[in-house]
Design a protein. Structure first.
Length: 323
């Protein structure tokens, strides 16, 4: 081919809409994160509890059908598999009270028991899986782009700053939903399948929507906060250190203040602990009877965290383009 024939040519392939350009960023981030063997192990352990807790639902439904053996086994296993802070208070006696209450209002008792299991699932996966998992995924997502000046490549394409942020956010949200939304839905489906009949849906049909709402409330603030920390440094290890420090020192400070009686247990100082904040709002969403606080106050704090994190993140991403 003569050199005079080289030049611009019309694109003959399929064109994708500009609204989906963020998917390229998300796909690349998801694929790179999947290369971590630790991440794959965390995902495996995130799904195991939903199966074991499904067995508790089976025992509960069997005890409702009048099985003494199932009732005895349920009372023995509940303290082992359920979190003592799920507000089936003093788990064993609380389950016994629910079994008694179920004779008067079976639907309400069933909803409380299922919601408490879901709350246990959320609370146990958060400190042991969600926090370290985001600590692996999020810190390099922005910091490495700043250090390597990958913005010059990203924004030389038809990719806006908003699409870039959405793509990075989708990377973290994808994995957060894998350990919050999907295991909780698996537990719900397991409970339905192990129940004697489908009549249980009449009292638990709202739980999938509540599970989705609780997962979103957990995922958006944590993902935004982690990406903001990643954007503040060019070293991903510093971002990871800051991420873990917020959770550890926040919980330590809130506990210290409460134990020293510098602030009432019901005061906003409890929100210094992100774990307590997310636990409270999750409990209230899953079942209002499990929550101790006003959800408006909880959601307001989470909205502020998300808004400030996103504002700082966008500003940090815009800075190299304005230099």
């Amino acid at each position: 081919m003569g050199i005079h024939n080289l030049g611009y040519r019309h694109w003959q392939g399929d064109r994708t809409s500009s609204a989906f350009h963020w998917l390229v960023v998300a796909e690349n981030g998801i694929r790179r994160a999947w290369g971590s063997s630790w991440l794959r192990r965390m995902l495996f352990f995130a799904w195991l509890p939903s199966i074991s807790m499904g067995f508790l639902i089976f025992l509960y439904e069997q005890s409702e059908s009048g099985s003494p053996a199932s009732r005895a086994t349920l009372l023995q296993l509940s303290p082992l598999l359920m979190d003592s802070d799920t507000d089936i208070r003093n788990t064993r006696s609380g389950v016994l009270d629910l079994l008694t209450k179920s004779r008067e209002s079976p639907g309400e008792a069933r909803h409380t028991f299922w919601s408490s299991l879901l709350l246990t699932l959320f609370r146990r996966s958060q400190p042991f899986i969600l926090i370290p998992m985001i600590g692996i995924i999020a810190p390099p997502l922005i910091s490495q782009d700043i250090r390597s000046r990958a913005f010059l490549i990203y924004f030389s394409r038809p990719l806006s700053r908003t699409q870039y942020v959405v793509g990075k956010l989708a990377t973290v949200l994808f994995y957060v939903f894998l350990i919050t939304l999907l295991p909780a839905l698996l537990l719900f489906c397991t409970g339905v399948l192990l129940s004697p009949d489908l009549s249980v849906l009449s009292s638990t049909l709202d739980l999938p929507l509540r599970i989705f709402a609780a997962s979103v409330v957990i995922a958006l603030p944590t993902a935004s906060l982690a990406l903001m920390l990643s954007s503040l440094t060019v070293e991903s290890r510093f971002a990871a250190f800051a991420w873990f420090s917020l959770w550890i020192f926040g919980a330590f400070t809130a506990s210290l203040i409460t134990n020293a009686q510098w602030g009432a247990p019901d005061s906003g100082l409890r929100y210094l602990s992100l774990f307590e904040l997310f636990s409270d709002v999750t409990a209230t969403i899953l079942d209002p009877d499990l929550g101790d606080r006003e959800i408006v106050e909880q959601l307001s704090v989470l909205t502020v965290i998300t808004g400030v994190s996103m504002a700082v993140l966008i500003r940090r991403i815009s800075a190299p383009l304005q230099a």
